[in-house]
Design a protein around this ligand. Structure first.
Ligand code: THU
Length: 159
């Protein structure tokens, strides 16, 4: 018997430690929360992605009265970016959320399992790591690659 340990490296940056691009991505994700459609949960999530052509694309959660038919901000944004620019890699994905109080969350929120799987697919299809930024008012988590968020993953090599 042996143990296999997989851990995740998270860098926490305060506002003062962010570079200009990182600030722009956070601002874009925060702004996108105000356009989300979340009448059922009142939990507004915004996402922004930085493409390799330096374009920033945003999206947000889109809910539905048939709950499972809704979609998270991360997938809405990645699917839109990839459908618009199928050949341009996604370099960074950033998310921010406002909870039922309407305020941005103090701690970063973390992508759900379904979004992690889609993030991994995006990373694979372009063959470069996609950095993940998770915003909270107390600080932003930086994770080097979507792979780090799904360490024991089903991926295309499993097929
Ligand atoms: N949600 C996201 O958009 N992204 C996440 O990372 C977590 C959850 C959405 C789904 C749903 O519309 C609402 O937040 C509450 O779960």
């Amino acid at each position: 018997m042996k143990d296999i340990v997989k851990s995740v490296h998270i860098t926490l940056k305060t506002e003062e430690e962010l570079n200009e691009t990182e600030q722009k991505l956070i601002e874009a994700a925060k702004e996108a929360t105000f356009r989300s459609y979340a009448p059922y949960s009142q939990f507004h999530v915004g996402a922004s992605v930085l493409l390799a052509n330096d374009e920033i694309i945003t999206g947000n959660n889109q809910e539905n009265c048939a709950f499972p038919s809704g979609l998270c901000a991360e997938r809405t944004t990645l699917f839109y970016a990839n459908s618009r620019y199928p050949d341009i890699p996604v370099k960074i994905l950033c998310i921010a959320a406002r909870d039922t109080s309407g305020e941005f969350t103090k701690d970063p929120i973390s992508p759900c399992g379904g979004c992690r799987q889609v993030m991994l697919e995006t990373e694979h299809r372009f063959g470069i790591p996609m950095q993940v930024m998770l915003y909270g008012t107390d600080g932003t988590y930086f994770i080097a690659s979507a792979r780090d968020l799904l360490p024991v993953a089903f991926d295309s090599e499993s097929l």
